[in-house]
Ligand binder design. Structure first.
Ligand code: SF4
Length: 472
């Protein structure tokens, strides 16, 4: 499907006798955030051991593998590659042994100055094992002359810029770190006497943990036998929570940035219905991501909500295409229209975003072919006009249909009867903060964290943006 790609999910637990098993379950709940690789590290306070593999959590781990990860502390990661290729050497947790002892790291986000730092480190003799931006943090940490683990860590993380929610683990400490802008979510909870940190609260629900609070933007939380200690090493910075977590990435049963994703997403649909009214008979979501917004839309518009498109949840990542061409096979294998709902109806089709427009066009065609008399497309976010540099995989700017086409041109391309997006004001009203506190760069092209001007970072920008639209 033509979507921005999910990023990564992180999980950590301290003080639980089945720590690795709990991490496995936590990663299961976070699987939607990354499906390329999965990994778990665990410590019995003597040694940190790690197991990683390519594929889904269920493919990588079984009872045998988990039994080789003893201890009451653990952290884990599910990955979709946003920086660095998809290969085993880039799978996390990364584990190193250095002068400060063993340390494992799990990262959600993207460091915008990793290229610059890496070049400098390589010049000074560092040898990198992966192409991931995360490894830079470990090199900075290993080179620190600070005597204490926390001080060495603070020294390294205060040199990096961009989006980072980290869960790190030494043999006797679990450490959670969130960048000062708070791009990516990171929640803190309790499971009996144990502490839990994770990208989304849905991971706590599965293991019966209770959400306590978010790790604050710019906070380092150190959990050890002595309890929980909070350090705030970064200067205050403007908040830039990723609004797309609410629009699409996070699971609707999660709380991120202190708000229910379901509630925000339903509000997006309600406001969209007020802003983009149209006479119609039925509201149909594009499953699954369009469902919450469609519910809000239908409620507000006083129209029936019907599941006019059914998603096949059992399609794997790849499937064998037939020799003979079947039109729009890739979409058809995942979605199928329900003729009895669509036939003769004026349909409002609600989706969360349009990226290139190619999939949306096929879905509109599919609904029309099933007998809809009109198809009105409504999108629960503003037009996506700029790529992301903070941990989300997006196509380059020239491939984003809304960046290169007018509203009417996009509508014509989709072959829809009408097209309406949520306004930026509507989006900010739904998340409930006015215009502050959130990153919405993919809708505005205004980036909250400046990009370094070294050649590698510039190349990364130039690849994704048209050169003339590189932010100053
Ligand atoms: S650019 Fe978009 S996807 Fe990236 S962090 Fe900002 S809001 Fe999220």
């Amino acid at each position: 499907m033509d979507k921005f790609k999910d990023e990564c999910g992180v999980f950590g637990i301290f003080g639980h006798p089945e720590a690795a098993n709990m991490t496995y379950l936590g990663l299961y709940a976070l699987q939607h955030r990354g499906q390329e690789s999965a990994g778990i590290a665990a410590s019995d306070r003597e040694e940190v051991r790690v197991s990683i593999g390519m594929g889904h959590v269920a493919d990588v781990f079984n009872t045998d593998v988990l039994s080789r990860l003893p201890g009451d502390m653990s952290c884990g990661h599910v990955r979709y590659s946003t920086a660095g290729e998809s290969r085993l050497s880039n799978a996390q947790p990364f584990l190193i042994d250095c002068a400060h002892g063993q340390i494992g790291i799990c990262h959600n986000g993207n460091l915008v100055n990793a290229g610059e730092l890496r070049e400098e480190l390589v010049r000074q003799g560092s040898i990198f094992q992966s192409t991931s931006d995360t490894e830079v943090v470990l090199h900075l940490y290993a080179r620190s002359k600070a005597a204490r683990v926390e001080d060495a860590l603070v020294e390294s993380i205060t040199q990096i810029q961009g989006a980072f929610s980290f869960v790190l683990m030494t043999k006797d400490r679990l450490i959670a770190v969130r960048d000062p802008h708070g791009f990516r979510p990171l929640a803190l909870g309790r499971l009996g006497a144990a502490y839990v940190v994770c990208s989304e609260t849905c991971a706590m629900d599965l293991i019966g943990a209770t959400y306590v609070r978010d790790v604050d933007p710019g906070e380092v939380v150190v959990i050890s036998a002595a309890g929980l200690r909070s350090i705030k090493p970064f200067p205050a910075a403007p908040l830039a929570h990723c609004v797309f977590e609410h629009v699409y990435f996070a699971r609707p049963d999660s709380y991120v940035f202190g708000r229910s994703v379901n509630e925000v997403r339903t509000n997006l649909g309600r406001i969209l219905a007020r802003e983009q009214r149209v006479d119609a008979d039925v509201v149909v979501p594009v499953p699954d991501s369009g469902v919450c917004a469609a519910m809000g839309f239908a409620d507000e518009a006083g129209l029936p909500l019907r599941m006019g498109l059914i998603r096949n949840h059992y399609v794997g990542r790849t499937f064998i295409q037939p020799q003979s061409a079947i039109r729009d096979f890739g979409v058809k294998v995942k979605l199928n229209p329900v003729r009895s709902i669509l036939e003769g109806k004026r349909v409002i089709l609600v989706d969360d975003s349009i990226v290139r427009g190619t999939t949306s066009r096929k879905i509109v065609g599919m609904v029309r072919a099933a007998g809809a008399s009109e198809v009105h497309v409504r999108i629960s976010c503003p037009p996506t006009i700029s790529p992301c540099f903070y941990g989300i995989d997006t196509p380059r700017r020239s491939e984003l249909i809304a960046a290169t086409h007018t509203l009417d041109e996009v509508r014509d391309f989709l072959e829809a009867d009408s097209l309406g997006y949520l306004s930026h004001e509507g989006l900010m009203t739904a998340v409930g903060t006015g215009r502050t506190g959130y990153c919405s760069s993919c809708y505005t092209g205004q980036y909250p964290v400046e990009f370094p001007r070294d050649e590698k970072s510039y190349l990364q920008l130039a690849l994704k943006l048209d050169k003339e639209s590189i932010p100053r």
